[in-house]
Design a binder for this molecule. Sequence first.
Ligand code: COD
Ligand code: ATP
Length: 204
Amino acid sequence: MYKVGITGGIGSGKTTVCKVFEVLGIPVFYADTEAKNIMIQDALLIEGIKSTFGKESYFEDGKLNNKHIAGIVFNNEAQLAKLNALVHPAVFRAFDVWEEQVNPNVPYTLKEAALLFESGSYTMCDTTILVTAPLDIKLKRVMQRDQVTADQVTARIDKQLSDDEKAKLANHFIRNDEEHSIIEQVLALHQQFLEIVTDLQISK
Ligand SMILES: CC(C)(COP(=O)(O)OP(=O)(O)OC[C@H]1O[C@@H](n2cnc3c(N)ncnc32)[C@H](O)[C@@H]1O)[C@@H](O)C(=O)NCCC(=O)NCCS
Ligand SMILES: Nc1ncnc2c1ncn2[C@@H]1O[C@H](COP(=O)(O)OP(=O)(O)OP(=O)(O)O)[C@@H](O)[C@H]1O
């Protein structure tokens, strides 16, 4: 199955863009959401997180204490590396299981991941899309969506590759600012992917 990786900095709008692809019938694997599911379901991972970041990493009802973990890892590179090393391999495995179960008649699948390039998972995709938006728009969107401060958003931005670095690795681009329509850009890319997949099938 042809695999398209999609990424973008915090608040760039990658999830919003993926919802448009879903309307076109394209299955999307949401790595960030999956990471959160695994973090409350996988007993070994839960143990690893508790022993690394403390028992307060979980509430009594088993829910993840996002704020506690975010407060530690986004202020300390070494702690973030530990969290990534615990969570990312489990997310890679979950993607493989998900791919096996996808309807084989769909033309391609999308993998949405905030850290597609940083984690190296782009190497397992056939092509990639980078969603970009100006910094002031990203800050405004995330502060409004998550009720957080500009400093909290900036702490995460600082832990991700810059858009310039990501652009060197990306194959396709979607601009999600106030001047460009996401829908038109998604439709154009969808058409391109359908043509690529058809060409690949003919040359088989
Ligand atoms: C630290 C956690 C608990 C904070 O939860 P919170 O609800 O505040 O954030 P959420 O998961 O919705 O992520 C929002 C955005 O933060 C940024 N972000 C999340 N994790 C990371 C990370 N490891 N490194 C850099 N940025 C990150 C991304 O832009 C992401 O889209 C959570 O992000 C987490 O468990 N992260 C580790 C897993 C991970 O790496 N996920 C991302 C890719 S699989
Ligand atoms: N073109 C747009 N116009 C208006 N609001 C938008 C647009 N694109 C995204 N948003 C809003 O901005 C916020 C961030 O978008 P979204 O959640 O899709 O970003 P993301 O890149 O997935 O973020 P994160 O990395 O934090 O998961 C959301 O509240 C979304 O509804």
